[in-house]
Design a binder for this molecule. Structure first.
Ligand code: UDP
Length: 236
């Protein structure tokens, strides 16, 4: 039995770059698709939001003289590119799915609505919600908390390259220790970089727990669904 009935899985665009450091590492993409299929086979209803940092971030463009809004729109398009990649990888292994977009761009994907997403999940399709919130000055962290709340997910699973939330960045500070669980308030007070502040506030206000775990280890997504405590739970 899966621990959660309906999940919102947030994947970072940067992780998709894998060992290439930029763009899409097909091996990583296929590995993510395999992990998603594993839990789809358990009967879990799955909504996915992917970032676009492996291709473009609005802020990075603004630093080089880009118009911020156009830069953010480029970033949102990057999330659509990643979403189409994941959709294709899922389709190739027989996992039914559809891409919804926060900005109208048929026939690339259908325009997002909460009900379309829920109906598709209830029919057994994985739903990839691309384009973030559709608005500039946001990130896919905020986009995923918004979508998670909208689709009434039981939890947001934040797949990263770290195995949970630490007292400090474990890649920089070897003395950092990991939390088994932590409250939203403590994340904010300690200024821990779990997600953007706006995303944390949205999850707190709407009581959407966040589970942070390392998605770059094959099989970990299934372990989370089986109830293995391999990450950190952020809650009220
Ligand atoms: N973005 C945006 N609005 C949104 C979501 C994303 O403008 O609702 C843009 C923003 O420029 C962001 C980029 O898309 O930098 C890529 O998303 P993000 O940085 O969240 O990707 P990740 O860090 O997860 O790879």
């Amino acid at each position: 039995m899966a621990r959660f009935k309906r999940i919102l899985l947030k994947l970072s665009g940067e992780s998709l770059a894998g060992k290439l450091g930029y763009g899409i590492d097909v091996e990583r993409l296929n590995e993510y698709a395999r992990q998603v299929k594993e839990i789809h086979d358990m009967g879990v209803q799955i909504g996915i939001v992917i970032g676009g940092g492996n291709i473009f971030r609005g802020l990075q463009g603004a630093g080089k003289g880009f118009d911020r809004v156009k830069g953010d729109q480029m970033g949102m398009c990057a999330t659509v590119i990643n979403s189409l990649g994941l959709s294709s990888a899922l389709g190739a292994i027989g996992c039914k799915n559809r891409v919804l977009t926060a900005i109208r761009m048929e026939p690339v994907g259908e325009f997002y609505s909460k009900w379309k997403a829920i109906e598709a999940m209830e029919r057994g399709e994985v739903v990839i919600m691309s384009g973030g919130t559709g608005q500039p000055y946001f990130t896919t962290d905020t986009g995923s908390s918004l979508r998670g709340v909208e689709i009434e997910a039981d939890v947001m699973l934040k797949g990263t390259r770290v195995d949970g939330v630490y007292t400090a960045d474990p890649e920089k500070d070897p003395s950092a220790t990991k939390f088994h669980d932590i409250t939203y308030d403590e994340v904010v007070e300690r200024k821990l970089k779990v997600m953007d502040l706006s995303a944390i506030v949205m999850c707190n206000d709407n009581n959407l727990p966040i589970y942070v775990f390392n998605m770059d280890i094959p099989g970990n997504l299934k372990k989370v669904m089986e109830g293995e405590e391999i990450g950190t739970l952020v809650h009220k």
